[in-house]
Design a protein around this ligand. Sequence first.
Ligand code: DQA
Length: 143
Amino acid sequence: MTRVLVLNGPNLGRLGVREPEVYGSATFTELAAQVAAWGSDLGLEVDVRQTDDESELVGWLHEAVDARTDVVLNPAAFTHYSYALRDAAAQVTKGGLRLVEVHLSNPAAREEFRHNSVIGGVATGTVAGFGVGSYRLALEALA
Ligand code: DQA
C-alpha cells in the first residue's frame, strides 16, 4: 500500500474547541480517523500527525524525503511566515515527491496576513476552503 504522511501544524490539535465557526466542530482525533478511513478507501496507508513545534514538522518533512513518501501538509500559521518549513517542503517536491498544501478554511478570504503562503510556491498543489473535505481532495489527487 502506498504510504502518505498527513502533517498538521500548530493549533490544529485544538480543533473542535478552536473557532468552530471557522474550522468546524470535528476534533483533531475525529479528523485523523476520517482522513485515515478515506485513505484506506483510496488504497493509501495514511499516517496522520500534528505538532505545534516547527522543528518537529521540519524533521517529518526530512523523513518523507528519506522514506520517499508523498505528503499532505496543513502548515497552519507556519504557512504565512516559515521559510524553514518552505525549505523543507522544497526538498520534498524537488526530490520528485508530491506535497499537497491543505487548509480547512480559505485563507485568501480571511485576514490580509493569511493571503500569502510561503509554502504554495514549492507545493505540488493546494486545496483550501472545504473543511475536512480539503484533506479528502488532497488524498484523491495523490491516489
Ligand atoms: C489554516 C489556516 C491558517 O491561516 C491558520 O493559521 C490555521 C489553519 C486552515 O486550515 O484553514 O491554523 O491552515
